[in-house]
Design a binder for this molecule. Structure first.
Ligand code: C2E
Ligand code: CA
Ligand code: CA
Ligand code: CA
Length: 277
């Protein structure tokens, strides 16, 4: 085989270099944003299918850098996870979310707040961080739901189980995010104090076109119910998807169809309008 010419080699190097530079630029800007409390929290409603009531809002981190513009959490969370920044970001989002939830009322009275935790946060004092957020905000622990991914359950360990049990005993809820996308062994669901599973968006987007997907989703919902767990479908965008999920017995739904993520005041205004109709 012919070796690549020097031109293509240089191009390859440059792309890698540009990527590394961009990443480093983002990390530096992120460090500053964290230090100056510029990470914001937006919310997206999680709705009960039976009566369309908002049961919870999911807290989603948002960041707009003055130079770089808005950066998606799909970009900056993984970068934060590779440094220790994720602990600070996670703590800030949790604190903000608990304080917001403790204060919201009217159309949102009693609704829970659902907060994403990164696997890396389990390597630090996460139970203490959660307890502090609850004490400072005054939020009833039963109104906090922690969203973790399968990775957390699969990385070891006695301490993770102990931590989650400790939080669960206080009344904090636990949801498995992106369920079905990874390799969760069903045994994990029984071992850990899990309350909800969030069906990954990929299953929902296939519902309309694939009988297999419908069967898989139906089986996951049945299994969850057998284990006494609630099911949330993520990424619901169409009425057709909603209708399938209702028929398959899904408990809760979240997605653009039900409401896009936004700042708390916009979510509140939308709920007030919905209540007036
Ligand atoms: P996730 O936890 O699975 O959150 C759901 C993502 O799907 C959000 O993306 C949300 O805006 C998006 N989404 C909601 N409904 C729809 C829909 O109908 N269609 C489509 N196409 N997308 C929908 P977002 O806000 O960009 O967040 C991306 C990911 O970043 C999150 O995925 C989560 O893994 C992570 N993330 C966000 N905030 C935090 C945080 O505070 N801490 C941690 N550890 N991770 C976070
Ligand atoms: Ca989530
Ligand atoms: Ca998810
Ligand atoms: Ca995700």
């Amino acid at each position: 085989a012919k070796r690549d010419g020097p031109g293509s080699l240089r191009l390859f190097d440059r792309t890698l270099l540009e990527e590394a530079e961009r990443r480093w630029q983002i990390e530096r800007a992120l460090r500053l944003a964290v230090a100056t409390s510029r990470i914001e929290v937006h919310y997206q409603p999680i709705v009960r299918l039976a009566d369309r009531r908002v049961l919870a809002l999911e807290a989603l981190a948002r960041w707009t850098d003055p130079q770089l513009g808005p950066i998606s959490p799909a970009i900056f969370i993984p970068i934060a996870e590779e440094s220790s920044l994720i602990n600070q970001i996670g703590k800030a989002v949790l604190m903000q979310a608990c304080c917001d939830a403790a204060a919201w009322d009217g159309a949102l009275a009693g609704a829970c707040v659902s907060v994403n935790l990164s696997p890396a946060q389990f390597r630090s004092e996460i139970a203490t961080v959660v307890e502090q957020a609850l004490v400072i905000s005054g939020l009833d622990p039963s109104r906090l739901i922690l969203e973790i991914t399968e990775t957390v359950l699969m990385q070891d360990s006695g301490t993770t189980l102990q931590t989650l049990n400790q939080l669960s005993e206080k009344g904090v809820g636990l949801a498995i995010d992106d369920f079905g996308a990874g390799y969760t062994s069903l045994a994990y669901l029984k071992k850990f104090p899990v309350h909800k599973i969030k069906l990954d968006r990929s299953f929902v987007s296939d519902l309309e076109d694939s009988e297999d997907s419908r069967l898989i989703v139906e089986a996951m919902i049945r299994l969850a119910h057998v284990l006494g767990l609630q099911t949330v479908a993520e990424g619901v965008e169409t009425e057709a998807q909603l209708a399938f999920l209702e028929r398959l017995g899904c408990d809760e739904v979240q997605g653009y169809l039900l409401g896009r993520p936004g700042p708390l005041d916009r979510i509140l205004a939308a709920r007030l309008r919905a209540a007036a109709n």
